[in-house]
Each structure stands twice: as structure tokens, then as C-alpha cells.
Design a protein. Structure first.
Length: 423
């Protein structure tokens, strides 16, 4: 009864929040993904006396493994932590000989991406090599990858941008040809597919973000995916202080115990660790959203389709996203780049959208080579012509699972008004 009444109160508040969007005149970048049941499940972990890492985290990991068809999913406190831990592991004493990265090794990554795609490369004493991206799909330019390879190149930190998946066959061929490790930053593209295989399941490791504004959300949260059981066991321990409790491989567990009989098992630390743990609160919040991921993506796909068909008449001025054969885009956002023209610039357009309450942001961090943090560190880059244009003239508007036809119609009407006044 009590729970029902709390649940009712929460539902009422959520309805109020959702109504703001249905009013048609206030379109945020994202909406909350959790419902009243998710919130009750989250709160319930507090009443069970163990809201930190525990059973709910395991449940999320199992569900993700099953959904994305991967052997191991390791939940962490963020996608950025996932990227950091992957590179820490690959440069550590635990890396296998054929995977081990050493200081100064070069890692190829796209120039248009998020800060914590690139920062972990630098933080682990490796050199990022920034490669230009394609317009309209915003994924890394594959010809330029090949041109950027040197004797020092050891890995590709791929990014599947904004729900789009890179052309995996060509990327995998390059990795085989030059013996490069493949890591996928899939923070923005959970649920996307290349030829029916999920993004984030091609490389040795991948990362996923479950941050507030993403497809599914634990407010803050991330995952590492890997089919490599040896590394998965170490990563589970490393995220949690390096303690024995998270070592799931029984043979390895027993070996540590028998070699360290004088140490209490509850506080034994076999690996060097960090505290990057997720909580059961966060896991309980996101658990049931995983079941809804496909339906969330379908609504995003429909919204993107409506926007593309309504905006294509402005092709002379706007670079729009497009559907690519063999790729299922999970539509994180709806990106647009304004073509150089003498009628208007990007700022005029985004100011107009903002005035009409259509939220917008730059395309990820734009050309990351121009971001101040990078200036203090060594990096290399290809010619970044498109990345510069995207930094100057690109923006995205929000896509989410509550963006219905009437909302996309409103967006289109605002664009129509803008263009009527400008051209
Ligand atoms: C491409 C990319 N990588 C990494 C991250 C970091 O994820 P988080 O915010 O969960 O740390 C993001 C965040 O949106 C991202 O877009």
C-alpha cells in the first residue's frame, strides 16, 4: 500500500515532467529513461542494506551480455572510466605480450570525439594520432587511417559516433594487415549494428556509457565489453580496489588464496586497483531499461526518418545524416552541419532553434585538436579539414524515445520559418 502510494507520487511527478515535452514547445536534448518502477527498484536497494556493488550490478552485466552477445560485460561508474581502465590494462603488467602497449606507442583515433576518448590514451603515456572524419556520418576516414600508420602504431581507438557504426569490415582488414589492436568507444551507440552484429563487439575491448542523456541511463555509469575471460576477471577486480572478491575465475581465486594463506580473503588485493565501482542503486535503475532498448531505438529511428525527409529540401545548405547500407544506426542525436554559404551561418540557426526551445549542442567535442586540454600534450594528426568544418558549423538536436511525430513536425516548422526568412 505504502509502496503503491510512493509509486503513485513518483508517477505523478514523472508525468508532469514528460508533459513539458508533449506540450510541443520545449524540446530538450534528452528525457529521462527510467519510470516509477525503476525508481522504486533503485530505492529498494537502500532498504536491503547493500546499495553498493552487488547482485543488481551482476544482473545488469548478465542482461547486457545476453542482449549484445558478448562474453563479458563489466559495469563501471562511467564510460570515461571504461576507456581509462582499458588503456591502463593494456599498458600494465597484466597485458599479454602480443597486446602490451609501451610508452610512446601510437593510437589512432578520430579527431571528432569526446575528451575521455583521447585523454586515457595520453594518461597512459601513449600518443594519440587524430584522424579526420567523414561529413554526414561523422565516423573516422578509413583511407586516412591507413595513411597515418607508422612503425609506432599499435592500436585503433575507434569511435562509433552518435549512434552510427563505422565500416567494420574495412577497419578489421586494416587491423589484420598492420597487426593493430582494436578498441571501440561505443559510448554513444549502444544497440547499433553492422551487418547484424552489435557495435562494441568487434574489438578486443569496447566501452559503453549509461550517462544521464544516453539511450539507457544509470545516471552515471558505463560498461566494458570483452570476449576475453582472462582480462575480464582482472578488470572486475581492478574496478573494485583490486580485491579478491571480484575475481570470479575459481582456479585463479584458489591460487591466490593458497599462495597467501596468511591474508584474510575478505581484504586480499591480488591486482593493482582503483575505485571505479558502480552501485547497485545505479544498476537497479537501469536494469529494466535494457529490455526497452530496442523500442527506444525504434522511436529514435522514426524521428530521425521524419526529420531527414522534412529537411532534405534544404540539402543545398545542410549536411544531413543518412542511412547507410548494412548499418543500423541507434540514433543518439540528430547531427547537422551547415554548408559554407552566403545566406546564414550556424550560429544564426542554432540561436533561432534555442529561441524556439529546441535544445542543441556542438557535435561531440568538435575537432578535439582545438580543445585547450590537448595543447599541453603530444599528439599527431592527419589533415583535419572536415573536423574543422564540423567544429565551426556542426551541431545536433536531441533525439529520444519521447520524440513523436507532432514533435518532429514542430521542429520542421521551426526550420521552415528560419529558411523562409533567410533564403
Ligand atoms: C564518445 C564518448 N566517449 C566517452 C564518453 C564518456 O562517457 P561518460 O560520460 O559515461 O563518462 C562519452 C560521453 O558521452 C562519449 O560521447
Amino acid at each position: 500500500m505504502m509502496q503503491n502510494s510512493i509509486k503513485y507520487q513518483i508517477k505523478k511527478k514523472l508525468n508532469r515532467l514528460n508533459k513539458q515535452i508533449q506540450l510541443n514547445n520545449n524540446l530538450p536534448l534528452s528525457v529521462i529513461q527510467y519510470d516509477e518502477t525503476d525508481i522504486i527498484n533503485c530505492l529498494d536497494t537502500l532498504t536491503r542494506g547493500w546499495p553498493t556493488i552487488g547482485k543488481e550490478v551482476q544482473n545488469v552485466e548478465k542482461k547486457i551480455q545476453k542482449l549484445l552477445k558478448t562474453k563479458n560485460a563489466i559495469m563501471l561508474n562511467s564510460g570515461g572510466s571504461a576507456n581509462f581502465l582499458i588503456f591502463y590494462l593494456l599498458t600494465s603488467v597484466y597485458a599479454k605480450k602480443n597486446h602490451k602497449l609501451k610508452p610512446g606507442d601510437e593510437v589512432i583515433t578520430p579527431a571528432v570525439t569526446w575528451s575521455t576518448t583521447v585523454a586515457p590514451i595520453i594518461q597512459n603515456n601513449l600518443t594519440p594520432v587524430l584522424v579526420d572524419v567523414n561529413l554526414s556520418t561523422y565516423d573516422i576516414n578509413i583511407e586516412l587511417i591507413e595513411k597515418s600508420i607508422t612503425k609506432k602504431t599499435r592500436a585503433i581507438m575507434l569511435v562509433h559516433p552518435l549512434g552510427q557504426v563505422c565500416e567494420m569490415e574495412r577497419i578489421l582488414n586494416i587491423c589484420r594487415k598492420y597487426n593493430l589492436l582494436l578498441i571501440e568507444d561505443n559510448c554513444e551507440s549502444i544497440g547499433a549494428k553492422y551487418k547484424n552484429k552489435f557495435s562494441g563487439t568487434f574489438g578486443l575491448f569496447s566501452s559503453i556509457s549509461m550517462y544521464q542523456s544516453h539511450h539507457i541511463s544509470s545516471v552515471e555509469g558505463g560498461l566494458i565489453l570483452t570476449d576475453n575471460n582472462y582480462y575480464a576477471d582482472i578488470l572486475r577486480s581492478m574496478r573494485a580496489n583490486g580485491w579478491l572478491r571480484e575475481v570470479t575465475n575459481e582456479k585463479i581465486r584458489k591460487k591466490f588464496i593458497s599462495e597467501n594463506k596468511n591474508i584474510d580473503q575478505s581484504f586480499m588485493f591480488p591486482y593493482i586497483g582503483f575505485n571505479l565501482k558502480p552501485t547497485d542503486m545505479a544498476a537497479a535503475l537501469v536494469l529494466k531499461q535494457i529490455d526497452k532498448l530496442n523500442s527506444f531505438i525504434s522511436i529514435r529511428q522514426k524521428a530521425a526518418k521524419n526529420l531527414i525527409s522534412g529537411l532534405k529540401k534544404y540539402n543545398k545548405f545542410l549536411i544531413l545524416p543518412q542511412n547507410i547500407n548494412n548499418i543500423k544506426n541507434s540514433w543518439f542525436t540528430f547531427p547537422i552541419t551547415v554548408k559554407p554559404n552566403n545566406k546564414f551561418n550556424k550560429n544564426e540557426l542554432v540561436d533561432f532553434l534555442t529561441k524556439k526551445k529546441i535544445a542543441n549542442r556542438p557535435i561531440i567535442a568538435g575537432n578535439i585538436a582545438e580543445q585547450p586540454f590537448l595543447k599541453k600534450f603530444k599528439f599527431k594528426n592527419s589533415i583535419l579539414k572536415n573536423s574543422k568544418l564540423i567544429m565551426k558549423s556542426g551541431f545536433f538536436i536531441g533525439l529520444h524515445h519521447k520524440l513523436y511525430k507532432k514533435n518532429t513536425n514542430y521542429i520542421l516548422s521551426v526550420f521552415n520559418t528560419f529558411f523562409k526568412n533567410k533564403i
